[in-house]
Design a protein around this ligand. Sequence first.
Ligand code: ADP
Length: 261
Amino acid sequence: MTEKHETRDACAGGSMNTSIISIRHLCKEYLNVTPLKDISVEIKKGEVISIIGPSGTGKSTLLRCINLLETPTKGEIVVDGVVTTDKKCNINLVRQKMGMVFQSFNLFAHKTIIENIMMGQVDLLGRSRQEAYDRGMELLRNIGLADKAFSYPDELSGGQKQRAAIARTVAMEPEIILFDEPTSALDPELVGEVLNTIKSLAEDGTTMILVTHEIGFAREVARRILFMDGGRIAADGTPEEIIDHPENPRLMQFLNFVNRK
Ligand code: ADP
């Protein structure tokens, strides 16, 4: 992945920190529910992290706060030296650093796969159509989907759609990719192909945060797992620590529940 130039603006934070994302005492409240209670975590450049936990514990809300799709109620988020929770922050600059892959693929149905992959590159990165096409085709070839370039999303399987959506995100060359339950809309037999696509990205050194309900997936792709419970990070460790030797009683309960399903 191409190295981006460091750009700092009025709300630039400390540059001594090696974290690409720092989250400090983050809270998010809605009228009747507080999905994030007090989240603090440091994420290093190139780390691949899975977030697991019971449903409704704020995993998605945390990703959406990192990606500025939600405004946190309290606390601070620093992305690559930029304090994104500062009102003066240049949101577009931060958005360029991050891509998000959604459960529901979010491909434009009336555009071909290659057009879907070219759009952001042309409109947001200012690439020529030829450059965007070449990059898109290269990515599609890498993930074995070149023969689907001129198909429409509806002509692809769920797994192929999700891989195309990942290629579209990667084409924007973000430093960080956030995945929100990327396999939960897929039939079980299609999960493996998406997992392989994500694993090959992990080898590229892209920083990735992946919310998933699939424990096997979480452990295969990541070297670090966060367990969220009740709006807090209740456990943070390697897959061996979190899955093989859990100490937190709520985590043990959660893993028992998931394994019984
Ligand atoms: P998870 O991803 O762990 O399943 P979420 O982050 O999606 O959990 O949701 C956490 C809680 O916040 C849930 O109770 C959910 O209903 C609530 N919530 C999420 N988004 C909103 C919103 N826009 N307005 C009100 N409540 C919300």
